[in-house]
Design a protein around this ligand. Structure first.
Ligand SMILES: [Zn+2]
Ligand SMILES: [Zn+2]
Length: 201
């Protein structure tokens, strides 16, 4: 599996693309610029099989509409974050379009599920930053796409709507139990590893 990530939008939310040798790709958090992500996929001849949203904050989901307009694919979001996706908090942020209610939106994936077509992926429900925050884990690749749950040297804020410090503590404890060599792609900023973060917190 191949992996690339790059920041998008004023808040620099990382968009992660994962793809196989057969050209099948999953995009995690298309950030603020779905056009740029669509172009990125097209240039490489990749076909989008799924969009996975780590959580519903505007800086991670505002690119969804433009992306799936060009590369139609199901959009997975944890059910607990669906209300947040369409809340006023999320749709009133300058510079961000938000996401429309689309028939492509699928809220059926929960803890322990695999993204359809991506055997070897595991959804970890890690609430705290938001009620439906999830990480996408690939155990055989020792790779975790963590969204805003874990950052290099830090972790996601818990004072936004639906946030919970107690849930965040539990979620971080779960992540610390993953193998230390696990590579972590964060929702913002540089990548890190579980081993480094387990020492840092
Ligand atoms: Zn964010
Ligand atoms: Zn967030």
């Amino acid at each position: 599996m191949h992996v690339a990530f790059f920041p998008l939008g004023p808040y620099g939310a990382n968009c992660t693309a994962l793809w196989r040798d057969d050209g099948c790709a999953v995009v995690v958090d298309p950030g603020a610029d779905g056009e740029a992500v669509a172009e990125w996929l097209s240039r490489r001849g990749l076909s989008l099989s799924a969009v996975f949203l780590t959580h519903a904050h505007f800086d991670h989901i505002s690119g969804v509409d433009a992306l799936v307009a060009r590369h139609s694919a199901p959009v997975f979001l944890h059910a607990a974050d669906e209300p947040l996706a369409f809340s006023r908090f999320n749709t009133s942020q300058p510079g961000y379009a938000g996401m429309s209610r689309s028939p492509l939106l699928d809220t059926s994936l929960g803890e322990g599920a695999a993204v359809p077509g991506w055997r070897g992926s595991v959804v970890l429900h890690t609430p705290g930053h938001s009620p439906g925050s999830c990480c996408l884990y690939f155990p055989s690749e020792a790779l975790l796409v963590a969204g805003d749950t874990l950052f290099a040297g830090s972790y996601g804020r818990t004072d936004l709507p639906g946030g919970s410090p107690a849930e965040m503590r539990r979620s971080l404890a779960r992540l610390r139990a993953l193998p230390p060599e696990t590579r972590v792609i964060c929702g913002h900023g540089p990548e890190t590893t579980i081993g480094y973060e387990a020492l840092a917190h």
